[in-house]
Ligand binder design. Structure first.
Ligand code: C2E
Ligand code: SIN
Ligand code: SIN
Ligand code: FE
Ligand code: FE
Length: 414
């Protein structure tokens, strides 16, 4: 996105903030909200780069990053799935802003006065060759007045693209945006927690499980979709909306396992054919939970729940139904593009994650064996274009897997 300068008049700015607030309220997923908040903040301030951190367990957890100098528009890099925390204190600029709750506006990071309350850490510039100049760091403050995060914008640019200090207008307007952001962020965190709890009940029924795999399948699906959409030239508005919905809907793909007995779900061995016939019903049970709804998220969740075990070559299950309430035996399996795109994507994300994870009935597979299987199933189990998109972003996929690894505490809801 090219940074553009803000509308000149106050009323125009107010309308703009209201419009952004409205668009944030339509997004479902936390990452989609952080991405949008950064994009809008950077646009208003004309900033080259930006990062969002969220307060979690008394520290700042990295949330999302943009950098126009390093990344082409529309590319997602593994940096977005970085995973680190910083203390809330004056050992970093973002930590200082979270600790004080006050914005900090720096015209040149390399010319800070020696008596400044916090020092600039040039490690990122040294490591990457980036040149940080101006920095505007703002607290994200809840309606109760507590700091829930920090937005840091880097390098405001003039019309010629040269770094300049942040404008007075940016300093005035961005705190309004950050208030809107805090509401949207809080809601999105609640949505993720709600889904994870639901999935724990449905799929895991085991309080020792983290639910991290549910988060992984959601993130894999969102990024595979994004790459697929870039490859197919799907228009940007549809792409962003679908990416937001698919992340949430994919997390719910196995919610129908709630209808499968523990004897089958937790069997520490291979299922016999009769047991597997019961297990296959989790697709239909899941789809029924989303029937008769008019929301786009429910509709997509239903398509994914129903179709995520269909195969590109027509050998999957459950097969055609006249809608999820149809209780007759399913018709022949769907094939190719009869399978909804979102379900073709979740099919791959789910199998990739299942193969790499320990199950009661199998040990995790090594990466090479998984990739071999995905390649050999290209055009058989899986849509060949979906396999290509997946392989193309494997570095992002690996970053997601690291970030939401099974044995790391507090990862699934961050
Ligand atoms: P899941 O464990 O989440 O696995 C999702 C999909 O990953 C499977 O769909 C399958 O396509 C793939 N997958 C998982 N493990 C393997 C494997 O060892 N080899 C290969 N080639 N593919 C694998 P599928 O087969 O339709 O199974 C759906 C669900 O049924 C599974 O979800 C799991 O909950 C259950 N299930 C399947 N087979 C067994 C089994 O032998 N024992 C038990 N206890 N559950 C099973
Ligand atoms: C960091 O990347 O360490 C945070 C930058 C800062 O605010 O010091
Ligand atoms: C497709 O099948 O290629 C797109 C239509 C859909 O989203 O189901
Ligand atoms: Fe499933
Ligand atoms: Fe699954």
């Amino acid at each position: 996105m090219q940074p553009t300068h803000p509308a000149p008049d106050g009323a125009g700015l107010l309308r703009e903030i209201l419009a952004i607030n409205e668009s944030l309220s339509r997004l479902k997923d936390l990452d989609a909200i952080l991405d949008r908040v950064l994009a809008e903040s950077r646009r208003i301030a004309g900033a080259d780069a930006g990062t969002i951190y969220l307060v979690e367990n008394g520290r700042l957890r990295f949330g999302y990053v943009h950098n126009d100098t390093f990344n082409r528009e529309g590319d997602v890099t593994r940096d977005v799935y970085a995973d680190f925390t910083l203390p809330i204190d004056s050992t970093s600029i973002v930590g200082h802003v979270a600790a004080t709750g006050q914005p900090l506006d720096i015209a040149d990071a390399y010319a800070m006065p020696p008596d400044a309350p916090v020092a600039f850490n040039p490690d990122f510039d040294r490591r990457t060759g980036y040149r940080t100049t101006s920095m505007l760091t703002l607290p994200v403050t809840t309606s109760q007045g507590t700091v829930s995060g920090v937005i840091q914008l880097i390098n405001a640019k003039d019309d010629a693209g040269r770094p300049v200090p942040f404008s007075a207008q940016a300093r005035t307007v961005l705190p309004l945006l950050s208030t809107a952001a805090s509401v949207a962020i809080e809601r999105a965190i609640m949505t993720r927690e709600l889904i994870l709890r639901m999935m724990q009940m449905a799929e895991l029924r085991d309080p020792s499980e983290t639910g991290a795999h549910v988060t992984r399948v959601g993130a894999y699906s969102a990024e595979i979709y994004h790459k697929y959409a870039m490859m197919q030239g799907i228009d940007e508005t549809l792409r962003k909306k679908t990416k937001d919905l698919i992340r949430v809907a994919a997390m719910l793909h196995d919610v129908g396992k709630v209808g499968i007995s523990d004897r089958i779900l937790k069997k520490p061995a291979r299922l016999d054919p009769e047991e597997f016939a019961v297990m296959r019903m989790h697709t239909v049970f899941g789809a029924r939970l989303f029937a008769n709804s008019t929301s786009e998220l429910d509709a997509m969740s239903g398509r994914i729940a129903l179709n995520h075990h269909e195969k590109w070559n027509g050998t999957g299950y459950p097969g055609h139904l006249d809608g999820p309430a149809d209780t007759r035996p399913p018709g022949p399996p769907r094939a190719g593009a009869q399978i909804p795109l979102e379900a073709r994507i979740v099919a791959l994300a789910d199998v990739f994650d299942a193969l790499g994870s320990r199950r009661s009935y199998k040990a995790p597979w090594p990466d090479e064996k998984i990739i071999d299987l995905l390649r050999s199933e290209r055009g058989a189990h899986f849509d060949p274009d979906v396999v290509d998109a997946f392989l193309d972003i494997f570095d992002v996929i690996a970053a997601i897997r690291d970030k939401y690894a099974e044995d790391k505490p507090g990862q699934a809801d961050g």
